[in-house]
Design a protein around this ligand. Structure first.
Ligand code: ATP
Length: 237
């Protein structure tokens, strides 16, 4: 098992954001976290990336406690997207690649690969500030993937994308999977989960309601429960 999450607990003041979250993700698979707003998806991801410290429970990566694993093994697309607005896209990607230890030819090749995969040829020399939301998201998605992470954690990667960009992102997902990455992502849209995931966990109020292979979860719960996960107020999905 690549990622093992057991009994994760996190409080923010009186709010119990995580109430014993438990699930596991086999190596090289794609795993979806679905659930309504405030369910605990982002908090779970931040705990995995060690951006926040859980109050209880454990997280292991390939058998080791997560705090012993070098951060460069991971790639992260955060919910609050953050790029340096005055940089050109090429410089921005180089910056993120270098942060994760890439340089020279390997860095240039990695950038070229994602420029091609995500159709960024027309924006590569533009300043990030001048990009549409979808294009900025492509840049940040590439920034998370450039260094070939073992674990890719993507918080709502499809939110706000038009259908053309959704297809490009799916292509990039498959590319990362073929490279051997284990991928954890959150989404409100069941169609993304069905198309991409091997397995999923449905989270609500800080607890995993059900987890397993997509087909198995559907068999056990029926579509009614899965609908709960993405028909959240204001989502429009
Ligand atoms: P969304 O789809 O809206 O991003 P989510 O499933 O990612 O939802 P989280 O962002 O993990 O949910 O939030 C879980 C709960 O913890 C919510 O009640 C949220 O308001 C609360 N919470 C998260 N971060 C903080 C924080 N830094 N301070 C206080 N409360 C927080």
């Amino acid at each position: 098992m690549a990622l093992e999450i057991e009994g994760l607990v996190k409080h923010f003041g009186a709010v119990r954001a995580l109430d014993g979250v438990t699930f596991e993700v086999p190596e090289g698979t794609v795993f979806g976290l679905i659930g309504p707003n405030g369910a605990g998806k982002t908090t779970t991801m931040r705990a995995i990336l060690r951006i926040l410290e859980p109050d209880g429970g454990s997280i292991r990566w390939k058998g080791r406690p997560i705090e012993e694993v070098p951060p460069a093994r991971f790639g992260y697309l955060p919910e609050e997207r953050g790029l340096y607005p005055r940089m050109r896209v090429r410089d921005e990607l180089a910056f993120f690649g270098e942060l994760r230890g890439l340089s020279g030819k390997a860095l240039r090749q990695a950038i070229d690969t994602f420029v091609e995969l995500l159709h960024m040829q027309d924006i590569i020399e533009r300043k990030v500030d001048d990009l549409s939301k979808g294009n900025a998201q492509k840049v940040q998605f590439a920034a998370a993937c450039l260094h070939d992470p073992e674990l890719l954690v993507l918080d709502e990667p499809f939110s706000g994308l038009d259908p053309v960009n959704v297809r490009l992102f799916m292509r990039a997902f498959r590319h990362m999977r073929e490279r051997g990455a284990t991928i954890l992502f959150s989404s409100h849209r069941m169609e993304h989960v069905e198309q991409l995931c091997d397995a999923l966990a449905l989270i609500a109020r800080g607890r995993v309601l059900v987890t397993g292979a997509v087909e198995e979860v559907r068999r056990r719960t029926g579509r009614r429960v899965l609908r709960l996960a993405w028909e959240t107020p204001g989502d429009g999905a």
